[in-house]
Design a protein. Sequence first.
Length: 201
Amino acid sequence: MEQIITEFIRSWGYAAIAILILFENILPFIPSEIILTFAGLLSEKSDLSIPVLFIISTVASFFGILILYYISRLVSEQRLYRFVDKYGKWIKLRGKDVAKANDWFKHYGAWAVLICRFIPVLRVLITIPAGINRMNIVKFMFLSLLGTTIWNFLLIYLGKLLSGSWDVLMNALHTYSFIMYIILFIIVVYIIYHLLKSRRV
């Protein structure tokens, strides 16, 4: 995927950045780390401008986040619980387990939205519970754009700064992603453990 993304950006420039970042905020398997760092790198070797890259990536992020948020709002909590009760049995998950997770989000959702914007995959997925729980749109977009703006700027600037060390940069980003995935796995295991423990009580 890395090669496909970089060739697309090399060929289409700003348009590629806009399209990729829009979909990156809807589909979690599109890596913004590669998109924006490569864009930053190209700013040193082409006529791509850092300020324009920053503006385009931020605007595209705004629309991508907004689209996924409103798609997620179409799923009501009760519909989600019924779906989990019907199909979640295969992984021993029940509607009321998801309800507990939703209750947690309602209490700590603001922090979760902001922090998750710096974690690959989760930065996209966090929009789904925000939409399902109908988190205040102004608050959600403010926190999302705050985190996303910082994330976009850092990645673009890193690409520019390390334009002569692309392999080193990619290795560092892959290491960062790997560490985040391990932390995420530990958190998921911890949550599942406590859900199963509370079920036995």
